[in-house]
Design a binder for this molecule. Structure first.
Ligand SMILES: N[C@@H](CCC(=O)N[C@@H](CS)C(=O)NCC(=O)O)C(=O)O
Length: 198
């Protein structure tokens, strides 16, 4: 299993940390981000979006971290991280969608402005969506306690963690969000977890 990635990429981190938790060996291929390898014709053949992460599995190529997480969880995680029961699966998938909606369009893109200088004119909108993401997480954790779905760690945690953790890099303070900070610490205590910037 080969993963095209960068260490700066929170979406790549999701895949790497789940592989670490599950003890699945993956071949990490660091792309040359500074020289825009992800926009090269060879890379666009793998992923027409020109983004990492990309995974090659048994001769097939998949892009988008959600697809990678689903594959790893179902192939190596038994019923733990993405159960096959339809209602339980729906509960986890709801939070994976949230990771690709409010978390990405708010927290990830706010960091896109501050770290990469992308679309500064949209910064206020990203900050508004970031607030919505943190409100929603807080609302859920107040209801459910330690974890987002099913009362235990699932793909919901893996998918939401990186850009919540990196919120301060996008000028979004986590100080006003104690439930969210406690949840981040619980994620970091999951056996096999490693620091986001490793
Ligand atoms: N929804 C995608 C998002 C992937 C993504 O945004 N990747 C970033 C790095 S974390 C990237 O490669 N950005 C380059 C670009 O969009 O041009 C996923 O979850 O994999």
């Amino acid at each position: 299993m080969k993963l095209y990635m960068t260490t700066m990429s929170g979406n790549s981190f999701k895949v790497r940390v789940l592989a670490s938790i599950l003890g699945v060996p993956i071949e990490e291929t660091h792309i040359d981000w500074d020289n825009r390898e992800h926009k090269s014709p060879a890379f666009l053949e793998r992923n027409p979006r020109g983004q990492v992460p990309v995974m090659e599995i048994e001769g097939r190529t998949f892009w988008d971290s959600t697809a990678h997480l689903v594959y790893l969880a179902r192939s190596h995680g038994g019923e733990d991280w993405l159960p096959s029961d339809p209602l339980d699966m729906a509960e986890v998938m709801q939070w994976m969608s949230f990771a690709q909606d409010e978390v990405q369009f708010g927290l990830m893109w706010a960091r896109g402005v501050t770290v990469y200088g992308r679309r500064p004119e949209s910064f206020q909108g990203y900050l508004d969506d970031s607030r919505t993401a943190l409100e929603l997480l807080t609302w859920q954790l107040r209801k459910t306690g330690d974890w987002l779905a099913l009362g235990r760690p699932t793909l919901a945690e893996i998918a939401c963690y990186p850009y919540v953790k990196r919120a301060p890099e996008g000028d979004v303070s986590l100080e006003p969000w104690p439930e969210v900070r406690a949840w981040l610490a619980r994620c970091e205590a999951i056996p096999g977890w490693f620091p986001l910037d490793d």
